[in-house]
Design a protein around this ligand. Structure first.
Ligand SMILES: Cc1ncc(COP(=O)(O)O)c(C=O)c1O
Length: 387
């Protein structure tokens, strides 16, 4: 059975050896702790679960949902954007439910790219920014996020030939994996860039609700002119501990939203209405306290991890947002995979090699803060002993 050419465009999996070593350790009875995956360990807040419990008893939620979503869900997204980001959205034309940000990001490639087109993809970045264009028959062009610029790309350095082919640009702040927030003035620059080169901006706002030290990340759509050139993907997965629920929305430019809808009607049958009703509960002001307490939990974990890394001789800048610590590998290791293998060997702690997130991630590693406190304390003690 020969897989499609399309599928064969996805590069081979680079971390097979690391995973083999993890599996071998586990098989030998070693207590391996994974700090690799960004999946919140705490349960979804009770008020959201309760809303779901009620919603699933309503037979009206059991049928095919409309791809456009319930009007009360679209209204809730609009109200949240107004309350949280000071962005006004027309729920009828500027909001579309998505079955998670991943679905939206992948399908946007099918909606906007043809073979020969390119998508400018944040590097390091969420892997779907490059796998999506490849599966759509187009080409991802890595857009290096530069530490010296606060982990934003130098838009002036993009090759003219790539700019000519580019139809989409994927940006993401708060940023996975670097933990950076968008620096002052960056979104304004992006709007001008997108206008000049007629490129649709896709801003991934999956981590808007997780930030530290008084930071309140904003929406790209709050930038003057942003709605003319862009859309935003907003997800409830990380901020509300709802990764399994698949609840998100694409918001912003109405023409782009209509195109996304047209594609979706051919691919999926919408977002389970009970999940939409639970999403409404999540977006209500009553859930704000839950988000605040999760942020405090992650802040404590962030500080624990950064202290341990400093003890292990790793230079680390504490992230301003997201659930990740991003740090350079210490001198003397030939690659981020080699460093992660060394850490696994010495401590039985799994950390992610930066190269998993794109070529510019080489030389870095990522630690996720979503491990339960007792396990994280144990992992941190082991990491500190690395020195
Ligand atoms: C930057 C980014 N975007 C999107 C997603 C996927 O979010 P969702 O669960 O809504 O599909 C992730 C998940 O890790 C992510 O890190």
């Amino acid at each position: 059975m020969k897989p499609s050419e399309r599928l064969s465009r996805i590069p081979p999996y680079l971390f097979a050896e690391l995973e083999r070593k993890i599996a071998a350790k586990q098989a030998a009875g070693v207590d391996v702790i994974s700090l690799g995956i960004g999946d919140p360990d705490r349960p979804t807040p009770a008020l959201i679960v309760e809303a779901m419990r009620e919603a699933v008893t309503e037979p009206e939620t059991h049928r095919y949902p409309s791809n456009r979503g319930r009007s009360d869900f679209r209204d809730a997204i609009g109200d949240f954007y107004a309350r949280r980001f000071d962005v006004q959205l027309d729920p009828a034309s500027e909001v579309m439910p998505a079955i998670g940000a991943k679905e939206a990001i992948f399908n946007l490639n099918l909606a906007f790219l043809d073979p020969g087109d390119a998508a400018l993809a944040s590097d390091p970045g969420y892997p779907v920014y490059s796998a999506g264009p490849l599966l759509a028959g187009a080409d991802p062009v890595p857009l290096a996020l530069l530490p010296e610029l606060g982990f934003v790309p130098d838009l002036d350095a993009i090759a003219p030939a790539d700019l000519k082919r580019a139809k989409l640009i994927y940006l993401n702040y708060p940023n996975n994996p670097t933990g950076a927030l968008a620096p002052e003035g960056f979104f304004e620059r992006v709007v001008a860039f997108a206008r000049e080169h007629e490129i649709l901006v896709v801003h991934d706002l999956s981590y808007s609700e997780i930030a530290y030290d008084g930071h309140r990340p904003g929406s790209f759509l709050a930038t003057p002119g942003a709605k003319e050139v862009g859309i935003e993907v907003f997800s409830l997965s990380k901020g509300y501990n709802m990764t399994g629920w698949r609840c998100a929305a694409v918001v912003g430019n109405s023409e782009a939203i209509e195109t996304y809808w047209r594609l979706k009607t051919n691919i999926d049958s919408g977002l389970f209405e009970a999940v939409q009703l639970a999403g409404i509960a999540a977006l209500s002001p009553e859930a704000d306290a839950e988000v605040a307490s999760m942020n405090e939990l992650y802040r404590i974990r962030r500080d624990l991890v950064c202290d341990a890394l400093a003890k292990a001789g790793v230079h680390v800048t504490p992230p301003k947002g997201t659930i990740y610590v991003w740090a350079p590998i210490p001198a003397g290791f030939e690659s981020s995979v080699a460093y992660c293998e060394h850490v696994l060997e010495r401590t039985a702690v799994v950390i992610s090699p930066g190269s998993a997130y794109g070529p510019s991630g080489e030389g870095w590693f990522r630690i996720s803060l979503t491990t339960p406190d007792d396990r994280l304390a144990e992992a941190v003690a082991r990491l500190a002993s690395l020195a």
